[in-house]
Design a protein around this ligand. Structure first.
Ligand code: V47
Length: 354
């Protein structure tokens, strides 16, 4: 069957067809992605009030794209104490932050209790704050470092108060590309298995894709389809988040950077291919705000949030160091023709910002 006919009928798209979608013109793709997005959410666009905390940048891994971990180009190692972290949480809580997004480097100089203990302390003091923490890459690191099964680390996370898992560490699942950009880190199979086990506990997570570096379109489609397959099995992914590679202060040599058009096509294709993942996030920190706002018309229904104090991508040039005041985010969503809906971390609607 012709691919346009399949799109018209809303049928599932396979690998070869997925690659062929990139050859359609942007507006044809956008029409089908927007139709699906509007069918699900109308003109609503979701966001939350969140804060990032990156408690340490001391890292065992050497990912070529990373500008955050302490290395030759960024020789300033730090590790926060629990009291320091609690101070940041307290101040954010008072200002209305509802979700903490906590991601660390893989620090082998602090113990397991440094990683888990902070969640326990945060939950004791602020039980209604949602803790989204520990990527599958961190879970894999902690399991290997402390000779534990993934199951054991995941159970500890739940006991310590982690509510959901962020989507980081997925990068690109293709093993060949992975070996070139993040050799030695969590494998694709391990990443997927950790999320599978987390979902089996009735918990939700997200999935990212780092693109616009040395991968090609085929590897992006492969990445999305591996996620779709797991989602068919578990239903545990809330959101898919394509992250545009940021080029500063790292060791990955990239010849050509993604264009705005390629980003919008990737968002649209994600909406079309990932027919079982409810939310497609335009993550403004790596796409720029302008493009994230346009992405709302190409399949994206979620703009992440206020993203205060993000350090990983801003180290490589992203615009997220200081976050965005909620009034500004809401104003931009409204002025771009959408209805700003504040959500909680599990996508329950909290407030429609009139
Ligand atoms: O996995 C590292 C990425 C990720 C660079 O779950 C880079 O809601 C671009 O997990 N250029 C961590 N990206 C961030 C993350 C995340 C972000 C937003 C939302 C959610 C969510 C999760 O940051 C890493 C890696 O892929 N990253 N370096 C870089 N130079």
């Amino acid at each position: 069957m012709d691919i346009l006919e399949k799109l018209e009928r809303g049928e599932r798209i396979g690998y070869e067809e997925g690659i062929a979608l990139y050859d359609l013109d942007l507006f044809t793709l956008g029409k089908y992605a927007d139709r699906r997005r509007k069918g699900l959410y109308g003109r609503k666009s979701f966001f939350n009030i969140n804060r990032h905390i990156n408690p340490t940048n001391v890292c065992k891994e050497i990912c070529k794209f990373c500008a955050f971990s302490a290395h030759r180009k960024n020789p300033n190692p730090y590790t926060m104490s629990h009291d320091e972290i609690l101070g940041l949480v307290e101040e954010s809580y008072r200002r209305g932050v509802k979700e903490l997004h906590i991601v660390s480097a893989h620090n082998d100089r602090v113990g397991l209790d440094w990683y888990m203990g902070i969640f326990r302390k945060i939950k004791e003091r602020f039980p209604d704050l949602h803790i989204k923490a520990l990527t599958a890459a961190e879970v894999n690191f902690l399991a290997k470092e402390h000779r534990l099964e993934f199951d054991e680390v995941l159970d500890m996370m739940i006991e310590s108060g982690v509510d959901s898992m962020p989507g980081g560490g997925a990068e690109i699942f293709d093993e060949g590309i992975r070996a070139q950009i993040c050799k030695g880190k969590v494998s694709s199979e391990e990443w997927l298995q950790i999320h599978r086990l987390w979902h089996r506990r009735g918990r939700k997570s997200n999935a990212t894709m780092l693109f616009g570096h040395i991968e090609g379109r085929a590897e992006r489609i492969d990445h999305m389809l591996r996620l779709r397959q797991l989602q068919d099995e578990t239903g545990g992914f809330n959101a898919f988040i394509p992250l545009i590679y940021q080029r500063e202060n790292n060791y990955l040599k990239v010849e050509e950077f993604v264009t705005g058009q390629e980003y919008l096509k990737t968002i649209a294709i994600a909406r079309i291919l990932l027919d079982n993942i409810p939310h497609i996030k335009a993550y403004w920190a790596t796409s720029t705000l302008n493009l994230a706002l346009v992405a709302q018309e190409f399949g994206a229904d979620d703009l992440d949030g206020t993203i205060e104090r993000e350090s990983i991508q801003s180290a490589a040039g992203a615009e997220s160091r200081n976050g965005l005041p909620v009034e500004q985010l809401v104003g931009l969503i409204r002025e771009s023709g959408f209805i700003p809906v504040e959500r909680d971390s599990l996508y329950n609607e909290i407030k429609v910002w009139e």
